[in-house]
Design a binder for this molecule. Structure first.
Ligand SMILES: [Zn+2]
Length: 476
């Protein structure tokens, strides 16, 4: 079954395939590195990661480019605030972003270009846009994109279907200096910003004098360098749809007359405990916040992928507990299969990375895989997976267990949830004695005593899991 995904530009679910027949090439707008990325940012990056993994498990090669925005209004303001250089600030937060990404199991992109390493390419693109009349310089040495010169402006966010005003542009002007602005303000946007005293030492020479590029031009310039004029898919959070992605399309397509991205993949917002995420509410939680509260990063990844990417997801700390149990269940199933197959979890994990599947091989996991291929329906895929676990675990014959183990690990690789070997925790002697007493009561059908002892074990922080021939103890 081929993978299909909703495309924001055509408003249709469309099959994904590499235009060149070889490599699926896609661009993701990356983080602005001036502070820690929050879990809302990571929800988007995790869904992009699942898309890439699913394409790879389906047998396609990918080329994944994700930029680092290391110069814009926010990074410059942060450097000023902290009294250090732009590079110091952006290096610090780039390192932190990489650490968090690794914890969450995100595959590193094949290319991760920094905006400040590609200033000349951005200048070249602006020069071209000025030459052909799509942009103009001002007396102060800034350059703006002339929105009225580009007929297709607004095709991604469907601007023509909405009431458009210029209310948000500065009084008496049709121009916008800020990198981010409101949806209903369509105005000429900055490609190059002349140097201001507040920019401090952040400055590059250009044909229009010293300054720095606007935010939007970096993605147009860098995607062209690393992926070419036209590429297979462009991804980002839905908050980037306007103006950022609209402006990227305008810059790229106006500059060379060629189509830009063939498919647009947008992720919807994350809510936290029923509220919008915001600084003022103090709910911009990070990976570190989850770890501080004692949760594993795999549980965090699980929660952030548990809603469909086109629907709002409500993050709650309670959902982290359920996710922790789900992860344990996955590890336990993997442990069963490892025992039956005689092959360790780590061994299979290291072999599984890139082994293409053909549809018929999925057996009990067919439905779960289909859900993933059908507009990346991760919640349905997880549902299908957990439903299939008992059947997977029932494989006692070694050959069958080997096949089931391969399928399960390959599927979990697509989700980025590869199992880990469970840490065995030995219960203290008095707890084991209590549990033995309970087992004996249960065997002699004295259920009242068995229940009482189970409650006592729960009180002391232990959970009893009954098997046919005995029991396991797990810390709660
Ligand atoms: Zn971008």
């Amino acid at each position: 079954m081929s993978l299909q995904l909703y495309d924001t530009l055509s408003r249709q679910i469309k099959p994904l395939h590499p235009e060149d027949g070889r490599i699926f090439r896609f661009y993701c707008c990356g983080p602005t590195v001036y502070g820690p990325a929050h879990i809302g940012n990571f929800r988007t990056f995790i869904n992009q990661d699942i898309l890439r993994r699913t394409l790879e498990v389906a047998g396609l090669n990918t080329r994944h480019v994700r930029n680092l925005t290391d110069v814009d209004d926010k990074t410059i303001a942060a450097a000023n605030r902290e009294g250090c250089s732009l590079r110091e600030i952006t290096d610090r937060w780039t390192d932190r972003f990489h650490e968090d990404s690794e914890k969450l199991g995100l595959l590193p992109p094949h290319e991760e270009p920094r905006a400040t390493d590609h200033i000349q390419a951005q200048i070249d693109m602006i020069v071209r846009l000025v030459e052909i009349g799509h942009a103009y310089a001002t007396d102060e040495g800034s350059v703006y994109f002339r929105v009225s010169s580009y007929d297709d402006y607004g095709k991604l966010s469907r601007l023509k279907e909405r009431e458009i005003t210029h209310d948000h542009a500065p009084a008496g002007s049709d121009r916008m200096d800020a990198d981010e602005y409101e949806r209903d303000s369509v105005c000429d946007f900055a490609l190059w910003k002349s140097h201001k005293p507040t920019d401090g030492s952040v400055s590059w020479d250009s044909p229009w004098g010293p300054g720095h590029p606007g935010w939007h031009i970096e993605c147009s310039a860098m995607s062209r360098i690393y992926l070419g004029d036209t590429f297979d898919l462009h991804a980002g959070g839905v908050d980037l749809l306007f103006p950022h992605h609209e402006n990227e399309i305008a810059q790229s397509e106006a500059s060379n007359g060629k189509p830009f991205a063939r498919h647009w993949f947008h992720n919807t917002h994350l809510m936290v405990e029923g509220q919008k995420m915001s600084k003022s509410l103090g709910n911009l939680f990070t990976v570190a916040d989850a770890i501080e509260r004692g949760y594993g990063p795999r549980a965090l990844r699980y929660v952030l992928m548990s809603g469909h990417y086109r629907q709002q997801l409500n993050f709650t700390w309670a959902s982290m507990n359920a996710a922790t149990s789900a992860i344990k269940r996955i590890d336990k199933a993997a442990a069963h299969l490892a025992e039956a197959s005689g092959r360790s979890i780590d061994q299979i994990n290291s072999e599984i990375g890139h082994s293409p599947a053909n549809g018929s091989e999925w057996n009990g996991l067919q439905k779960a895989w289909q859900a993933l291929c059908d507009d990346l329906n991760v919640p349905a895929a997880l549902g299908g997976f957990f439903k299939a676990i008992p059947e997977l675990e029932s494989k006692k014959n070694r050959d069958e267990a080997i096949l089931a183990q391969d399928r399960m690990h390959r599927f979990l690789y697509a989700l980025g949830l590869l199992p880990e070997t469970m840490q065995s925790v030995t219960a203290p002697e008095e707890i084991i004695a209590l549990a033995n007493e309970r087992w004996a009561a249960k065997e002699s059908k004295d259920y009242a005593t068995a229940d009482r002892l189970r409650a006592k074990l729960t009180e002391t922080g232990w959970k009893v899991l009954d098997r046919k021939d005995g029991f396991d103890l797990e810390p709660l």
